[in-house]
Design a protein. Structure first.
Ligand code: FES
Length: 374
């Protein structure tokens, strides 16, 4: 017949019941006033009975006689004792030598079992009856005081499952620190070091040599010729597009008051600027001022006034003209021409080169060709 699977609560309750009732030889609550008597059927009871007297702080017979329910640690101790072979005397002896041994099995060098293992063993124990009950009293006598002093302070208070599990876990030794292995030196980087290329510095002489060599190459010469021809063509086109502008002097201008031109004197003051001679002379019994052209009537050369000879002499072909402009020698076919002249409102003589007066045409008689001087 398959055994019913027990829950944790049931296992703990049965274990506590075994601890409380034990094998019938554990100290009862009524015996708390007297010295604890070891169980008759447990060889370890003697050592357990002596332990409370030796260490009152860990647990007294009075505390144990209050029927404090066994903790999970007690249950674990019993289970481990059973695992060792059921020898009830061994855990008792261990507890006699070292009272805390029952509370901390791991301190004796044993590998701590997990809670699941402990529960499995407790269930097996519950199924197998009260066989290990003989070992319980010994463990139960020392457990309550050693493991749960706070809980034992409250007489008759039942610890919760959480407290018991916490107590079991607190008994588990801390995992051993991982031994520090030999320090592995860092591996060298496989990446080769970056070598920065040093830019070659070109000296001045090298630069000049390379420049001259470049300019002396046929390609450079052809390029220079092509650039020069293109530039010249561009400049020629621009000059062709620009019109020729002839800047001429004005045709009407003032030459000053009549007093600046004395009688019998040829003024060459405006020869270069306006191309005229200003002369005051007596013409037909009247002092007049007129403006003669400096253009030879032969081929257009410019004659010179010869003060010593009192004549205009053309340097080109030798034509000669009197002071009044009438030709008398050389190839000149006709007299010099006169320009229009008048006395302006401001008293200044004003010459107008746009008007010409020719003697052979009888134009010198025109009043616009001279100014009378009083
Ligand atoms: Fe004056 Fe010929 S141009 S003489």
């Amino acid at each position: 017949m398959a055994a019913k699977k027990l829950t944790t609560e049931e296992i703990l309750a049965r274990a506590r019941a075994q601890v409380g009732s034990g094998s019938g030889s554990t100290p009862s609550a009524d015996d708390t006033s007297s010295a604890p008597e070891p169980a008759a059927d447990s060889p370890a009871a003697e050592s357990e009975a002596a332990e409370p007297a030796a260490s009152p702080s860990e647990g007294t017979p009075a505390a144990a006689g209050k029927k404090t329910p066994a903790s999970t640690a007690d249950i674990l101790a019993m289970a481990r004792a059973q695992k060792k072979g059921g020898a009830a005397a061994k855990p008792a002896a261990a507890s006699a030598e070292k009272p805390a041994a029952s509370a901390k099995p791991a301190g004796a060098g044993k590998t701590p079992t997990s809670t699941s293992d402990i529960l499995a063993r407790a269930r097996a124990q519950a199924k197998g009856g009260a066989a290990p009950a003989a070992a319980k009293p010994a463990a139960a006598a020392a457990k309550p005081a050693a493991k749960k002093p706070a809980a034992a302070g409250a007489a008759g208070e039942r610890p919760t499952v959480a407290e018991m599990v916490k107590a079991v876990r607190s008994d588990a030794p801390a995992p051993a620190a991982k031994p520090a292995g030999p320090v592995t030196p860092p591996l060298p980087s496989r990446r080769p070091p970056v070598v920065q290329k040093k830019e070659p510095q070109q000296s001045r002489r090298g630069f000049l040599r390379s420049t001259v060599g470049l300019l002396a190459s046929p390609f450079a010469a052809a390029w220079i010729l092509f650039s020069g021809a293109t530039m010249a063509a561009t400049l020629g086109l621009a000059r062709y597009m620009m019109p020729n502008v002839l800047v001429e002097p004005p045709t009407t201008f003032k030459i000053g008051p009549p007093g600046d031109y004395p009688p019998g004197v040829v003024s060459t003051k405006w020869k270069a600027q306006f191309g005229i001679w200003v002369v005051q002379t007596v013409y037909e019994g009247e002092n007049i001022i007129y403006a003669l052209s400096t253009v030879c009537t032969h081929l257009g050369c410019t004659p010179n006034w010869l003060e010593g000879e009192q004549k205009f002499k053309c340097p080109c072909h030798g034509s000669g003209f009197y002071i009044n402009g009438i030709n008398f020698e050389g190839p000149a076919p006709r007299p010099l021409e006169r320009y229009g002249i008048r006395l302006a409102e401001d008293g200044m003589l004003e010459v107008n080169k746009s008007v010409k007066f020719q003697q052979e045409l009888g134009q010198w008689e025109d009043a616009a060709s001279f100014v009378s001087v009083v």
